[in-house]
Write a protein that binds this ligand. Sequence first.
Ligand SMILES: NC(=O)c1ccc[n+]([C@@H]2O[C@H](COP(=O)([O-])OP(=O)(O)OC[C@H]3O[C@@H](n4cnc5c(N)ncnc54)[C@H](O)[C@@H]3O)[C@@H](O)[C@H]2O)c1
Ligand SMILES: [Zn+2]
Length: 397
Amino acid sequence: LGGTHNEMHGFTVPFSFPLHFTRGLWEPGNPLFAEVVRRLEPTRRQRVLMVIDGHLADARPQILAEIATYFDNYAEAIEMTGPAVVVAGGETVKNDLSHTLELLAEINGVGLDRQSFVAVVGGGAVLDMASCAAALAHRGIRVVRIPRTVLSQADSGVGVKNGINLFGKKNFIGTFVPPFAVINDRDLLASLSLRDRIAGVVEGIKVALLRDPALFEQIEADAARIAAGDLGVLQPVIRRSAELHLAHICGNGDPFELGSARPLDFGHWAAHKLESITHHRLRHGEAVAIGLALDITYSVRMGLLDRACAARVLTLLERIGFQLWDDALQLHDADGRSLLLAGLEEFREHLGGELHITLLRGIGDSCEVTEMDDSTVVEAVEELAVSHAAAFASVAR
Ligand SMILES: NC(=O)c1ccc[n+]([C@@H]2O[C@H](COP(=O)([O-])OP(=O)(O)OC[C@H]3O[C@@H](n4cnc5c(N)ncnc54)[C@H](O)[C@@H]3O)[C@@H](O)[C@H]2O)c1
Ligand SMILES: [Zn+2]
């Protein structure tokens, strides 16, 4: 302090990455993928390690041949380093470090360098794991993310975060890395189950509640067709949601979350805990729906939101097919402490000190608080139990 030998220099580092929307990504006449990979060095033949979600490969086995043929067609521009690597699909791939180590071994085995590519085709879990492995290898190999679920196309796939789970905590290991590019192909969703089509919509509802009342009304108007998994009505919702997520991540000046404010995590503190304590019986999207219902009910009890507006949102979630209750909300540890409330503490830790929770004041109108009142959280849980536990019990049976 007050020393005369200290100097300071500052610098800024710009990042940019494109988000593409397309159809028929692997069709021979679609040059997009090859062009995306060659964006920075248009004359170089680029090496690409392909990583494919195992459930997707099961649901659509021909994808491996389609991709191989595509690479053959664009052989002057791109080269596959070997057969596509098929990894376990779903949260399993984030839950066990061995999957990440195996992928790192593949990256090492084919000798990928930092100007080569890992291109990942899959759900949010596979994208998170493979992007994490690529970020760690050689301190960062370029990643092209090709999300294949509603949730990952609408939210997680388009962002800058990756991660795997450790110590029973979601995304305990992970980094912030802007991908080289993101490609959303609407035709890739055809093989997705109804359950996953629905689960992903919740991120669209979340971002509509935060930012876009018109999107919320559109989802309300199309709720019956969304509940039936109609990709025609899901498509514009996914697209708008992806744009809103990206605008928030990249347009708000804090893509790497150096501050604590994280409105896109609306409903997520409870969701992350529910995912862990149900051992991922709940999909991320299903847990977020419950997390939203809880934080919305809490918002009413704190006098921020009127009851009719809350009922409107909860009704929409139910019409689309979400359960707004899970018995895990009321689990306790051996000392009688609520596991859910422990999740609040873990969320504080993950954010780095101060708690920032987004609450709702109206459709398109949110606010942030830095404290949650434990007893009001418990009351909100009890309120959800009264109105929604019966529906849960009948499904569980
Ligand atoms: N990085 C981020 O910013 C961020 C943000 C939100 C969520 N996430 C993470 O994303 C994950 C959830 O992603 P998700 O909802 O996509 O779930 P998921 O990755 O578990 O995919 C759901 C299921 O669909 C299968 N699948 C994927 N594509 C398919 C296809 N086209 N056809 C048939 N089956 C297919 C998967 O194998 C899986 O079984 C969670 O781990 C969550 O934490 C990350
Ligand atoms: Zn989410």
